[in-house]
Structures are given as C-alpha cells and as structure tokens.
Design a protein around this ligand. Sequence first.
Ligand SMILES: C[S@@+](CC[C@H](N)C(=O)[O-])C[C@H]1O[C@@H](n2cnc3c(N)ncnc32)[C@H](O)[C@@H]1O
Length: 227
Amino acid sequence: MDHFTDATLIDSWYRNAEAWGAAVRGARIPSRVRVTDGAIVDAVLSSRPRTVLDAGCGEGWLCRALAARGIRTTGIDAVPGLIEQARQGGGEFHCLSYEDLAAGGLPGRFDAMTCNFSLLGKESVQTLFRAAPDRLQPDGSLVVQTLHPVFACGDRRYRDGWREGSWDGCGSGFADPPPWYFRTLGSWFCLFVNAGFALLEIREPLDPDSGRPASVIFVARPAAAVR
Ligand SMILES: C[S@@+](CC[C@H](N)C(=O)[O-])C[C@H]1O[C@@H](n2cnc3c(N)ncnc32)[C@H](O)[C@@H]1O
C-alpha cells in the first residue's frame, strides 16, 4: 500500500465525482439512508450552531439538510465537479482543499465544523485538524463521522495505514476506488487531543438490521472551552 497517498485519493474523487453525486442524490447507499445521514444531522444539531462549515462536503447534501433547519452553512471540497453539483442545489460552496483551508483560504469562524466521511487521507487530515481551532468560535464544535475502526478493520491488522478502497454498497457507475488511511480508535483520539480538542462524546449509530455500529461520530470542542 506504499503507493497510496493523499494525492491518489483526491485523483480518484475527481474521476468519481459524477457517480458519487448520483449515488447520494439517488439515495443509493443503504447505510446512509438507514442510519448515518440522520445520525450526523442529529449530532451537529445537538450543539445548536447558527453557522456550520462542512469540510469535504461532496455534492453538498449535509449543507442542504442543515440549511433547511435554519443554519447558515458553508461547504468546501477539493473536487471541482462536486462543488459544481453542490452549487446547483444552492448555498455557499468553495473549491478548497484542507491544505487551502489551513493556508487561510476561507476567513471567518464557525459555530461548528463537520466532516462526514470526509477524513480519508493521512497528512491532509492532520493538516485539517491543525487548522480547525482557528476556523471555530472559542466554544465551537468539531463533529466527525467516519467508519468505525473496529468494524472497518476487517481481517487486517488493527494498526494505522493506507487501505485499498471499495465502492461496495454504493451502487454502479464508479471506477478506481479511492484509497483511505485507516486509523485506530486510539489514533483518532490522538488527532483530537494533539490539535487542542477535548472529546465530549463518542456516538456509535447502530444499524437496525445487524445491531452493529454503522459508523462512529466524534463530538469535540476546543479544550480551553471545557475547562
Ligand atoms: C465519502 S465523500 C463524503 C462527501 C460528503 N461529506 C458526504 O457526506 O456525502 C469524501 C469527500 O471528501 C473530500 N475530500 C477528501 N480529502 C479532501 C481534502 N484533502 N480536501 C478537501 N476535500 C477532501 C472528497 O473530495 C469527497 O468529496
């Protein structure tokens, strides 16, 4: 897996932007429809934000869902084809990578930042975490939904590293799945703490059929705000 990098991950999203938009908008990913879409909306709403930055927004569904509840949303994504789709649905979207965000590409602070299955890389994710405190109000929330490490590990060793991707469960029309960087639960914890966040909550939304977690959701706040 040595050949996988953050750049190969983004290349794959360029190639799959159209299929991804069709899958999300066509509600073709059962785990999202059944569990994880509602779970991230509930988790974000729990801190009652008035403004939300959605990092790695894809075609923008989460911004639209939060805007429908009266929240002012801004979405960023590195892939122009996804940002174009997002803009067609209305709302504020910018074509920015996490590196661009860290370099000051988007001014202002938000009540909450959310990342829904969008923290898939290695260095790019570390960069986003370093940038996050400056994009949040002092008592703002960082809400991250991702694959549950214990259940996404499969037969592989339980340790950090690049993994081959798969479009299983996403429907048709996809090519070359993006690789993703697996992190153990302990590594996720370190990402938050090393960036100055305190973890307030870990949610494990259950799939009603299997009774297993469909994902994990981390809710964090700058540590200075919870002392
Ligand atoms: C699985 S999709 C999730 C999209 C959206 N959050 C959703 O819930 O449908 C992952 C998204 O993360 C974005 N992404 C991954 N790495 C990124 C980076 N370094 N900068 C900006 N966007 C990134 C991809 O372009 C893609 O849109």
